[in-house]
Write a protein that binds this ligand. Structure first.
Ligand SMILES: NC(=O)c1ccc[n+]([C@@H]2O[C@H](COP(=O)([O-])OP(=O)(O)OC[C@H]3O[C@@H](n4cnc5c(N)ncnc54)[C@H](O)[C@@H]3O)[C@@H](O)[C@H]2O)c1
Length: 305
């Protein structure tokens, strides 16, 4: 079995004061990487650094809201000033501003797009510049979501940002391949502040807080568990064992790891000389229309009582 050793590597994890980001930062530090913890919330960022140090790891905090070029450069510069280099970037910082389309304000839209999509773009660009200068490869781990893969009711801004992030991974894996920089989007599902508010999961999250484990139908069926379950993927993707894995969307949660398909044509039909509205109306239902795709993140399937 390969043993994952990130000694000497340096990571930046955005939004790592709590939730999944905190678990990623801990997992990277536990495998030897030095970590720049980033968050908008200074108290949680400092607490994260302290807890990593107490666990024997090495970390510093950089408190800045990601979403701008300046913030991205601050994070990369901090990694270089503090630890001398940058090898791993995890663009995890995120917020929700859920509303149905007709009620979503420009502010709701801009806040989510800025944090997730522009935050990922600006941080990845700054990291790519640095990693290309170093000339020793690197790892970009972007954070997608089932909502971005499938769409989700009430998440115009978030599903668009997360779908865009999966697209970033595909494009950047091509652009950065020659520099030996891998780029993947991970698609986590875990009990955090973000998912605690989903009514179907709330009783189980509450039970988890009281020390009871998640039932199997959640851990296996729904791929829903703790942030630590998801965190295993991060040191693995940053390691030598994963150098050939790039351009992928990888699901992780509970007991499950999964590869998501990329969007692709699944059925095609042809008309000599091209289609007209009338020939489409006639042929569509029995040709490509027989393969209409489902949308939305499926509701959890609870066992029969
Ligand atoms: N929890 C899940 O099941 C789940 C599912 C799919 C995707 N995700 C994604 O995983 C990531 C982490 O989610 P989580 O559930 O741990 O959320 P969380 O709310 O528990 O933690 C997010 C952290 O990001 C910080 N943050 C917010 N905006 C920031 C900014 N502009 N700059 C820096 N830090 C910022 C917050 O202060 C917080 O500490 C997000 O990108 C989220 O969309 C989570």
């Amino acid at each position: 079995m390969p043993s994952i050793d990130l000694t000497g590597k340096v990571a930046v994890v955005t939004g790592s004061g709590r939730g999944l980001g905190l678990a990623y930062a801990h997992a990277l530090a536990a495998h030897g990487a030095s970590v720049v913890v980033n968050d908008v919330d200074e108290a949680v960022a400092e607490a994260a650094v302290k807890s990593i140090a107490e666990a024997g790891g090495s970390a510093v905090a950089e408190v800045v809201p990601v979403g701008t070029t300046e913030a991205a450069e601050r994070l990369v510069n901090r990694a270089v000033e503090e630890f001398g280099r940058l090898d791993i970037l995890v663009t995890n910082a995120g917020i929700l501003r859920d509303k149905v389309l007709w009620k979503m304000s420009d502010d709701d839209f801009d806040a989510v797009i800025t944090t997730h999509l522009k935050g990922t773009f600006t941080c990845a660009r700054a990291a790519a510049v640095r990693m290309r200068e170093q000339g020793e490869g690197g790892t970009l781990i972007l954070v997608g979501s089932p909502a971005g893969q499938r769409g989700n009711f009430g998440q115009t801004n978030y599903s668009a940002a997360k779908a865009g992030i999966a697209a970033f991974a595909r494009t950047w894996s091509m652009e950065l391949g020659r520099a030996n920089i891998t780029v993947n989007a991970i698609v986590p599902v875990a009990a955090t502040a973000m998912t605690e508010t989903i009514p179907a999961f709330a009783p189980y999250v509450e039970a988890l807080k009281n020390g009871q484990p998640f039932p199997d139908f959640l851990r296996k069926g729904e791929g829903f568990g703790t942030p630590e379950d998801c965190a295993a993927l991060v040191p693995f993707l940053a390691s030598e064992a994963a150098r050939s894995i790039t351009g992928q969307a990888i699901g992780i949660g509970g007991d499950k790891v999964a590869i998501w398909s990329h969007p692709q044509e699944i059925k095609a039909a042809y008309a000599d000389g091209g289609w007209t509205p009338d020939t489409l109306a006639e042929a569509f239902p029995t040709s490509v229309g027989a393969e209409l795709q489902s949308v939305g993140v499926p509701a959890p399937k609870f066992p029969e009582a």
